[in-house]
Design a protein around this ligand. Structure first.
Ligand SMILES: [Zn+2]
Length: 59
């Protein structure tokens, strides 16, 4: 049995591993957006679009 989460970008249902962990990055197979797992509980999995900005903050 797997878990499913809906993509916040395109609303596709994405299958995620049963042992998915918070902080994991998954990619939506439909729109290709990278999603960060922000919550995992008995109810399901929550994701948000991962901020993939380049790390050039150190000035
Ligand atoms: Zn998507």
């Amino acid at each position: 049995m797997g878990r499913q989460v809906s993509c916040p970008e395109c609303y596709a249902q994405i299958e995620v591993a049963d042992d998915v962990i918070v902080g994991e990055i998954i990619e939506c197979p439909d729109c290709g957006v990278e999603l960060e797992v922000v919550e995992v509980n008995d109810e399901g999995v929550k994701v948000r679009v991962a901020e993939v900005e380049e790390e050039d903050w150190g000035e």
